[in-house]
Design a binder for this molecule. Structure first.
Ligand code: SF4
Length: 305
């Protein structure tokens, strides 16, 4: 791995850009939550699982330009690299070590992600893996393997990217074959364990994208599913696709709070995740750093793959 760049602040989030081989780049994140304390209290590492992404979500800078999957060592290498940045800390003693397979790439399209999760269970059994997925069609066996691997951890976060309750709009926003809602509902229920986090349905809210809480109650039982709401992050791709993003913290808070009420009255546990607007400046949204690098150095795209 050849480190190309780093952007951010150690006390919030650093985004790293690295070349894995022959012009193939990944980005990964090393972050903490200033409200909780340092990395010894909570440490969140977000890694890439694919070079680019074949899904091509309309709001994501990582979409398109798909060049293949990372292997187990390449995924693990990002986690190890982040640990090397804080040699004074023992990740095994961290209060909450969260490894998110949610950066560039759809993790459920890469079998090596399962291998990396088993490695995590062996090396850092106190860690919590987090998988954010749009639930691609035809990957039932992958999720069976994930279910099996998840038994090795006391907690795991499984997040399904919904983004809208309008099925047609969802096809446009996430233009890739995906599981039906009943399939996602069956799958999520199987991951549910009392005392663990519920699988969540994630919505990146934008004023122009319909999210109507009562449209999903027939499929997703609040007993098994939580709702996670975030404002839609301002990415270059979202702008090109004319998706309205919310840049001000106050507006984002209001948008999320209003929608949270609608889900709460239906019995859902709602996680309101606004984040720090500064992270948008840092470029910590998925694919932003690779995209910026390629825009600044377009000849890099021509490097042999
Ligand atoms: S949001 Fe995830 S699945 Fe969609 S294009 Fe980006 S990396 Fe791929």
């Amino acid at each position: 791995m050849r480190m190309i760049g780093k952007n951010g602040r150690k006390d919030l989030a650093n985004v790293y850009l690295a070349e894995i081989k022959n012009g193939l780049m990944v980005e990964f994140v090393d972050s903490c939550d200033p409200l909780v304390g340092g990395r010894d209290k909570k440490w969140v590492i977000v890694v890439s699982s694919q070079f680019g992404c074949p899904v091509g979500c309309l709001m994501c800078d990582a979409g398109g330009n798909f060049k293949g999957n990372l292997d187990r060592g390449q995924i693990i290498g990002q986690i190890k690299r982040v640990f090397e940045e804080s040699p004074e800390l023992d990740p095994r003693k961290c209060g909450k070590l969260k490894i998110q397979f949610a950066r560039m790439g759809e993790p459920a399209l890469n079998d090596a992600v399962i291998d990396a999760i088993h490695w995590l269970a062996e090396e850092y059994p106190g860690a919590m893996p987090c998988i954010a997925t749009m639930a691609p069609a035809g990957r039932g066996q992958w999720f069976e393997s994930l279910l099996n691997a998840s038994q090795r951890f006391s907690d795991i976060q499984l997040q399904f990217s919904m983004n809208t309750t309008d099925p047609e709009m969802r096809e446009q926003l996430i233009p890739y074959p995906k599981m039906s809602w009943p399939q996602v509902a069956d799958l999520g229920k199987r991951f549910y364990r009392p005392g663990r986090r519920k699988p969540s349905l994630n919505f990146a809210l934008s004023p122009g994208i319909p999210v109507e809480a009562d449209r999903i109650t027939d499929y997703f039982d609040p007993e098994y599913f939580a709702i996670k709401l975030t404002p839609l992050n301002p990415t270059a791709t979202a702008g090109e696709n004319l998706l309205e993003c919310v840049n001000s913290f106050e507006r984002a808070k209001l948008l999320v709070a209003e929608k949270a009420k609608e889900f709460s009255v239906l019995g859902y546990q709602v996680i309101e995740s606004i984040g720090n607007m500064e992270e948008n400046e840092i470029g910590s949204n998925c694919g932003q750093m690779v995209r910026k690098y390629k825009a600044d150095m377009p000849e890099y795209e021509k490097a042999p793959a």
